[in-house]
Write a protein that binds this ligand. Structure first.
Ligand code: FES
Length: 327
């Protein structure tokens, strides 16, 4: 295959004696075919141009998760990404994962990410259901989430992790779903209670970046939505997150559109709404306050029928299969 010149614009990060990180960009031009992987090119640069370039890699087969880094603005596995698919006018930018502490160049400290995984207690816990049988359908659901290779791509691209560093993140929540959805798990309700606390499942803004960036198609956001549904079903509906979701549900079911005028009051209550009066006045000045008169959409009766059917036969929206919900 014909080779072309490509420029890799690599972020170099160095810690000084005071522990402060200095960042600069360095360009390397290499000759490669469009199907050459970014990892191959990084190794070539390290071997032939600059031996100090630091990055993680191990399996070269999209299995170990070590080589996840920002490539062309999104977090991807360097060993799975072809230069031709990400270079624009022959140039691609490479940086370490975001939302994680950088150690050197493209290598991050993976400790905080794994601490989040440990936080959800990633093992089956004893309880009354310990001896339950794992049927095939439940196994398929559990197995889908266990495809996660803990590369951290979802956490790196997560917009909520960026604004709220205490957020436990999509990978840990997908892992939590693996246990909550396992019929043999003995502490499902205790887990859901822990997941209902601040910075856990209700912090997700459902931006779907984790679904986009996951190299194994785990779809963490869908696991988060299922966790939330199960939490509400168990009566864990006290915080602003579940109240917001229930208000959405009620409006769409009854009127086919949101009543944004009362949404905040129903989500955070009177006190929370009063705290946001400044924002309300700002919106008022810009003419953006929604109408207090609720709007009823056409075809609401049809929508109500869809709700009825879904409530009677809950579907896994992704697989269109009946969702397995252990007691
Ligand atoms: S080197 Fe193991 S996933 Fe890329």
């Amino acid at each position: 295959m014909t080779t072309h010149p490509y420029t890799l614009r690599i972020q170099r990060n160095r810690k000084g004696p005071d522990g402060r990180l200095t960042t600069m960009w360095q360009e390397f031009t290499v000759q490669a075919t469009p199907t050459t992987t970014i990892l191959t090119l990084l190794e070539e640069i390290k071997g032939e141009k600059d031996g100090t370039l630091t990055f993680r890699q191990s399996c070269r087969s999209a299995i170990c998760g070590s080589c996840a880094m920002k490539i062309g603005g999104r977090t991807r596995l360097a060993c799975k990404t072809h230069i031709g698919s990400v270079a624009r006018q022959g140039v691609v930018e490479i940086a370490p994962q975001a939302n994680q502490p950088v150690l050197k160049d493209l290598a991050i400290d993976i400790g905080p990410f794994f601490a989040r995984i440990h936080q959800i207690r990633p093992f089956l816990e004893d309880g009354p259901d310990t001896d339950a049988v794992l049927e095939k359908s439940a196994y398929d659901q559990v197995n889908h989430v266990t495809q996660c290779i803990l590369c951290g791509s979802c956490y790196s691209d997560c917009v909520m992790a960026e604004v709220s560093p205490e957020f436990i993140g999509p990978a840990a929540l997908a892992k939590a779903f693996r246990f909550v959805s396992d019929p043999r798990e003995g502490q499902k309700v205790r887990r859901l209670e822990a997941l209902s606390l601040p910075h856990m499942m209700w912090t997700c803004a459902r931006c779907a970046m984790c679904v986009e960036s996951c190299p194994k198609d785990v779809k963490p956001m869908e696991a988060i939505v299922k966790l939330r549904t199960r939490g509400i079903a168990k009566g864990l509906d006290a915080g602003p997150g579940p109240k917001h979701a229930l208000a959405f549900h009620q409006d769409i079911q009854e009127a086919g559109s949101l009543n944004e005028f009362t949404l905040m009051m129903r989500t955070v209550g009177l006190l929370g709404t009063l705290e946001e009066l400044g924002t309300a006045f700002h919106l008022l000045k810009k003419g953006k306050v929604p109408s207090p008169i609720p709007h009823k959409s056409q075809g609401v009766a049809e929508l109500a029928k869809i709700y009825e059917i879904l409530e009677e036969h809950p579907l896994d929206v992704e697989t269109k299969a009946k969702e397995v919900v252990p007691e």
